[in-house]
Design a protein around this ligand. Structure first.
Ligand SMILES: Nc1ncnc2c1ncn2[C@@H]1O[C@H](COP(=O)(O)OP(=O)(O)OP(=O)(O)O)[C@@H](O)[C@H]1O
Length: 256
């Protein structure tokens, strides 16, 4: 059986009387893209927040490569290999693409290099950043300020920032958001190849991409997992169809 990079067990989170996560369990295995979908307000962001560590669950556990990280800070989780991108860009716009990717590499290293010589540290971070930029097709743009990159390039740079930290598992929150067809196709191709290097938990509203990319899909509605399985089973699932009826991102809209 494939190694489990990330496991969520029985996560519960309520905001007052509103249950945003209701005993949610899922896992992310080596070599796969696992998509998390659901209508607006289903609890996807709340779940991602609990996995990343900035929302504390009321109950349940988060395990990264078998280690219980439920009580660790987001920074500690990053240092243990949880990479992520955000719905809203976190790039430092005046800095070059390389400098941004170096910050990503630093997030993984944390204080571990406190005693390393500055020149050694600079070289190691630069190498990690350049490798990540090459991986997302931005090697030629390394010296360009993030502010001057196109929207699609910025999204790939955000991915490079996460990759520069050599993550064990990657959380991607709407990596295709705001992209035109060309950028979306480029990013889809990139993610398709990346799964072999790092397993990906993908939150995405573009159902064409989800059904093309996902090895498995978990569907949330009102905080609960209502379906889980390979894309073909999800597309055929009556509860999923009922939940998505009338929604733009309903699975039946995906022509895959
Ligand atoms: N900090 C909060 N305080 C109160 N209610 C919250 C909070 N965060 C989320 N909620 C509520 O929890 C529910 C789940 O929200 P969440 O943002 O996780 O859904 P989502 O699936 O990510 O939605 P979307 O696709 O629109 O981003 C919603 O009803 C939302 O209003």
């Amino acid at each position: 059986m494939a190694e489990t990079a990330l496991r969520v067990e029985g996560l519960c989170k309520a905001f007052g009387g509103l249950v945003a996560s209701d005993r949610v369990s899922l896992d992310l295995r080596a070599g796969e893209i696992h998509a998390l979908i659901g209508p607006n307000g289903a609890g996807k962001s709340t779940l991602i927040g609990q996995i990343a560590g900035w929302i504390r669950p009321d109950a349940g556990r988060v395990l990264l490569a078998g280690r219980d990280v439920t009580r660790l800070s987001p920074a500690r989780r990053a240092r243990l290999g949880l990479g992520r991108t955000f719905q809203v860009s976190t790039l430092a716009l005046p800095l070059s693409a390389r400098r941004n990717a170096m910050i990503g590499a630093l997030a993984r290293a944390g204080g571990a290099w406190g005693f390393a010589r500055p020149l050694t540290r600079e070289r190691v971070l630069t190498e990690a950043a350049d490798a990540a930029l090459a991986r997302v097709g931005l090697a030629a743009r390394a010296d360009v300020p993030a502010a001057e990159l196109s929207h699609g390039e910025r999204r790939r740079l955000e991915l490079a920032c996460a990759l520069a930290g050599a993550p064990r598992a990657l959380l991607l929150d709407e990596p295709l958001a705001g992209m035109g067809p060309e950028g979306a196709a480029q990013m889809t191709e990139l993610l398709d190849a990346l799964r072999r290097e790092v397993p990906i938990l993908l939150v995405e509203h573009d159902m064409d991409a989800v059904f093309r990319l996902a090895d498995r899909i978990t569907v949330l509605a009102m905080g609960r997992v209502i379906a889980h399985g390979p894309p073909a089973a999800i597309r055929a699932d009556a509860a999923v169809r009922a939940t998505y009826l009338g929604q733009d991102d309903r699975p039946e809209a995906a022509d895959v």
